[in-house]
Design a protein around this ligand. Structure first.
Ligand code: GDP
Length: 303
């Protein structure tokens, strides 16, 4: 399956939200009147593209219409172009140190898809010929340790885990040592997403990162925040909290296949200024895809 097909299928719900009603409207009367513009605006807002992006698109459509007349105005093409260009030229690739081990810390609130994403990332680098290891640093959730071990078996990736309730920093310490000893290229650490208080959670995360850095200067090289697209713009508050506690280097937006609010990818990146590096389009190992703004925008509006 091509990358575009993956994006198209995964973003089907958002695509439908954006295009169904508008297509009907324009088939009936291909005139860009006030009603059509209002419907366009409503559809864009409902997909969580955010107010700023929505207004930008509506304005671009209106300008195109005024300069070209109705025959030349391809509504969806204009919208697609505006969205694709909104992402700028951020570096979206997964960081890799020139030599030795790259450590990636995967952070986020429980239930967002953090554990699954850590496993999928291991699969991603493996499929590019790199060797991966996983660290089960969410020691507060017994199921997370088991879940990661199961993924490890399935993907044939070694998982370093402590017992339930163990010190997460000591698991991370052991994992970095094991990863260096085995000479793997990437270590992905699944971290805790819920402690007694938010303050606790953030302190725990900082401690974890300090321990990793002490052992391997410069690490973690990448701190990816996992956000659940089905929570729409609520993800923004989570992102701001995590951004205060850790130096985030990028975002992973999961469960885009389960929502019609897939426009939040644009709004959240605009607001936070952090690159969206991967998106989750399903539950399988290869459903995590490197984010591509052009393919994303095309999938939102393509026929
Ligand atoms: P964690 O608590 O943040 O570690 O979340 P998990 O990794 O346990 O994921 C929670 C649920 O979301 C699991 O059932 C995953 O299979 C599911 N999930 C994760 N990513 C995606 C995605 O991109 N699409 C869909 N449909 N489900 C996902």
């Amino acid at each position: 399956m091509s990358l575009f097909d993956k994006f198209r299928i995964g973003l089907q719900k958002t695509h439908n939200q954006l295009t169904h009603e508008l297509k009907r409207l324009f088939t009936r009367s291909p005139k860009l009147d006030a009603e059509a513009l209002e419907r366009l605006e409503a559809a864009l807002i409902a997909s969580d593209l955010g107010l700023q992006m929505t207004e930008q698109i509506v304005q671009a459509v209106r300008t195109a219409y005024e300069s070209q007349g109705k025959a030349g105005t391809r509504l969806f093409e204009v919208a697609e172009r505006e969205i694709a260009s909104a992402f700028g030229s951020n570096d979206r690739s997964l960081r890799k140190v020139p030599k030795g081990l790259t450590v990636v810390s995967v952070v986020g609130v429980n239930g967002t898809g953090k554990t699954t994403t850590a496993a999928k990332l291991a699969h991603h680098v493996q499929s590019q010929g790199q060797r991966a290891m996983l660290a089960a640093c969410d020691t507060f959730r017994a199921a997370a340790i088991e879940q990661l071990k199961l993924w490890g078996q399935k993907l044939n990736v070694e998982v370093v885990a402590g017992s339930y309730g163990a010190d997460a920093a000591s698991v991370a310490h052991d994992a970095v040592a094991a990863a260096q000893a085995r000479g793997v290229d990437y270590l992905f650490a699944d971290t805790a997403g819920r402690l007694h208080t938010k303050h606790n959670l953030m302190q725990e995360l900082q401690k974890l990162h300090r321990v990793i850095a002490r052992q391997l200067p410069g690490a973690p090289h990448e701190v990816l925040l996992v956000l659940d697209a089905t929570t729409g713009m609520n993800a923004m508050n989570q992102a701001k909290e995590f951004n205060k506690a850790a130096s985030l280097t990028g975002l992973v937006i999961t469960k885009l296949d389960g929502t019609s609010k897939g426009g939040m990818v644009v709004a959240i990146q605009k607001e936070l200024g952090l690159p969206v590096k991967f998106i989750g389009l399903g539950e399988q190992a290869d459903d995590l895809q490197p984010f591509d703004p052009g393919e994303y925008a095309r999938a939102l509006f393509a026929d």
